[in-house]
Write a new protein. Sequence first.
Length: 374
Amino acid sequence: MKPVLKSNGYVEQFTLGSGDLSFAVKDTLDVAGHRTRAGCPALADAPVAERHADVVATLLEARCVLTGKTTLHELAFGVTGINPRCGTPVNPLYPALIPGGSSSGSAAVVASGEVDFSLGTDTGGSVRMPAACCGVIGLKPGYGVLSRNGVMPEQSSLDCVGVFAAQAGVLRQAMTRLAVPVGEPLTELPAMAFVLAAELDIDACLLDVLSLAGITPCEATLPLLEDAHRAGLTLISHENWRALGPILASNAVSPDVASRIRAGADVSAEALRRAERIRTDFTAQVDALLAENPLLALATLPELPPTLREAEDPLSVVNLTRLVRPFNLSGHPAVTLPVGEIDGRPVALQLIARKGNDGLLVQAAEWLSQRRRH
């Protein structure tokens, strides 16, 4: 029996723990006593998890209340969040638009105010993209900062557990309870570089927002940004084939997701070596830029989020992750913040920090959010 979408983003609701902050988790994270179905009918009868994922256990021990599991793009392998089989959550603030993938439900329950924060996973933008589409904050910590023990897939060189919140102050509380240090609120932002990489009106909007906050970033370039995007696609294709290929034998994976999983079987050893070389070179480029400017800014999405109807054409969404996926490849922490609208569609700013400086992104989110309220 397939799970039924119960709310904007839940596939299963329950209450675990006691405390002052409520949260929900993407259904790729284990919760003891519940199945991890990953938005896929092939896993409808998956074994019940025997223990919590590490991050879930940490939050429950830190007086947070778990309210349920949220839906996602099937097997966390898609960018729109559309899941006809297990439920596509309505984008609460922009109901005509996609909720974004793959952590669609986790973004939706935060945007609707049903929880204080939520957890998702981000392999190629899967926290930052739905956050940008739904108008909330989404943080992808640096690779390995949050434990992936008890998270599907078991192994990944790209995937990170990430956090959604509607308010920067709540993001601070969530990260603190996850034992990620966040310093005192900033009185001013450190130096920032800006990469022009999105459609002209989006970049102009972002620069206007920064200017109004008194920030004049220096212009910078990342010559390997596009190559890093493509290298990330190569690696996720290969790694998802290894992790998810056996599930295809059930014939219960939707055709579009199944075809993309099968494509990973054709990734050559040379393609993997090339992707790893790009990972090394791109990481060095980002590190060099951040050595001079503690914050790097660019658009989260290169174009405005599409409507549900527009996203029916797969070719229309293929490049939506080209500004977020590179930082999965490099492993740097990244956060997305809602900063405005163009033609009734949300615009989001992405900030990148040095590895180990995850807390700075929370501080920067607080600083910018406070100034946008005044």
